[in-house]
Ligand binder design. Sequence first.
Ligand code: ADP
Ligand code: ZN
Length: 298
Amino acid sequence: MRIGAIEAGGTKFVCGIGNEHGEIEDRISFPTDRPEKNMSEVISYFEGKGVEAIGIGTFGPIDLNPESEMYGCVTSTPKPGWSGFPFLPTLQKAFNVPFGWDTDVNAAAYGEAVWGAAQGLDSCVYYTIGTGVGVGVYTEGKLVHGLVHPEGGHIMTRRHPHDHFEGNCPFHNDCLEGMAAGPAIEKRWGVKGHELPADHEAWEMEAFYLGQAIAGTILMLSPKKVILGGGVMHQEQLLPLIRAEVQRALNGYVVADELKGRIDEYIVTPGLGDNAGLSGALALGKAAAEKKLNLLNG
Ligand code: ADP
Ligand code: ZN
């Protein structure tokens, strides 16, 4: 089966073609721009490629409620032209195939559950720590939408005692994203994250914020795997610091081997590596194709 995948990110769009086994055969990438421009790039990429379904994992916030008039639209964003833009309907007009539609982080969580680090598990949480912080939630075999969709990057944080940075989120200042996303690191220390040495105190502080958020996630959702992706996680020293911080924050309260001796297998980077987003979109496309087949076959 030929399946299309679209990963729409804040800085770039990635489109690809893959199959039902998660193998990506071709891809293209272009900068995120005004929606009309990006849609025509997406359409010309998929035209004539014979895809049987297309999965979309996109930046948000988006409307995921099929009953809503705004279903398939980006709802509100500072990105020029994108507020209210009918992303899914525009592509549905161009291609008469089933579509999968979800947030970029829900897509990544799903891709990891189908082909990656959470394969075979019925729950996982996917964090991206990059230009922003986003959280995708897969639980009891389903992606969580709820009222709108999870926005776990903006939960409130308890401050690190040595941190005097005011925070960087335009809505909440010192929420998780405001304290721990790539731009927050850059603003706090005056240099980009990749320029800070591995033993810089920035990383212990970073782990403090991510660790407390992940501990909260474990308390709230009890996921069977926690997966951490995004540019900031390229700092390899971070992962062990985060695991230790989660254990410190939970303080033995939640009893599971995964939170003790097996924490190295429990809090992990994406099994699909930097492909988590595009593979997630591919998995959404595969699910949309299968749903249609099931409907046709009764
Ligand atoms: P996006 O979130 O836009 O999809 P990324 O996940 O690559 O893209 O995140 C970009 C952010 O991650 C930037 O703020 C950048 O400074 C930061 N970043 C990228 N690589 C590294 C690195 N090796 N170490 C620390 N921070 C990094
Ligand atoms: Zn915020």
